[in-house]
Each structure stands twice: as C-alpha cells, then as structure tokens.
Design a protein around this ligand. Structure first.
Ligand code: AMP
Length: 141
C-alpha cells in the first residue's frame, strides 16, 4: 500500500526504531508512546485490521508479541503491561495496517481503558450470548 505509513517503514522508505523483524512480522517503537518502550507488532503483509489478517499470520504475530513483551518486561523491569489493538476509526485506529500495541504499565499511572462498566439487565446476558453464537462461523478446513 503506497499511502500506508507502516508499509513505508517495512519497505525502508521512512525510518523507525525497529526492535525485531523476520520474514513475516516487524516490531518497532511507537513514535508517540503511552509510556517509553511502547511497542507495535505488525505483519509485513498489508492488512487493514484484525478481520483482514490472514490466518497464516496469526502464529508469527503472537510469537513476536511474546518475544517483544518479554524483552520489555526484562529490560524495563515491568510488573505489568497491556496488549491491545484498535480496530476501526470509532475504536481509535489511526493507522489502517493491523498492529498490536504492547505498552508498559506502572503503579499509579492512572491509565484507564474503561471508565464505567455496564450491568446486564434480566435476560440480556443470554440474549447477547444467543445473538453472537448465531453468527459464529468456523474457518473452513
Ligand atoms: P492506532 O491509533 O491504534 O492505529 O495506532 C497507531 C500507532 O502508530 C499510534 O500509536 C502512533 O503513534 C503510531 N505511529 C504512527 N506513525 C508512526 C511512525 N512513523 N513510527 C512509529 N509509530 C508510528
């Protein structure tokens, strides 16, 4: 994708602080980190979001996420971290090339992803379960 900033990094057209790469994935430091060391893990093959990610890429993405998370925990002496992915503009995705974020967490850093949790009313939990189960599609073998 010519207008994708991550594709430009992958092809070497723009610089990045690369932590790790292999034939399938690349990991780099986020240029605007939540905390210093905040890393991104992305497939080298362009795909827009999680649902666009080819199943062949799952293993390499998760393996790289584990390698990078372990390196962050060891190097920055972390007690905790968040692993997340924003998918879709409404969910906060700003670069439309799928990626995982791994960010360090520190005591009292006051980062909250959920401000007010909801409660299901009578029957609603089951209703949501039923609707979602009706749309489960297993991958074809
Ligand atoms: P998201 O908003 O979840 O799509 O995440 C995209 C992330 O990419 C943001 O946290 C940006 O700070 C980061 N980002 C954008 N451009 C660059 C770049 N050139 N190098 C490193 N990180 C970048």
């Amino acid at each position: 994708m010519t207008d994708c900033v991550f594709c430009k990094i992958i092809s070497g057209k723009i610089p990045a602080e690369v932590l790790f790469e292999n034939d399938h994935v690349i990991s780099l430091l986020d240029i605007n980190p939540i905390h210093f060391g905040h890393a991104l893990i992305l497939p080298k093959q362009h795909c827009r979001d999680f649902l666009d990610l080819p199943s062949e890429a799952y293993q390499s993405i998760l393996e790289a996420a584990k390698i990078i998370t372990n390196a962050l925990v060891q190097s920055l002496h972390l007690e905790g971290y968040n692993l997340f992915s924003n998918n879709g503009q409404i969910a906060g995705q700003s670069v439309f090339h799928f990626h995982l974020h791994v960010t360090p967490r520190y005591p009292d850093d006051n980062i909250r992803f959920v401000l007010k949790l909801k409660q299901y009313s009578d029957g609603e939990l089951k209703r949501y379960g039923t609707i979602i189960r009706q749309h489960i599609q297993l991958p074809s073998a």
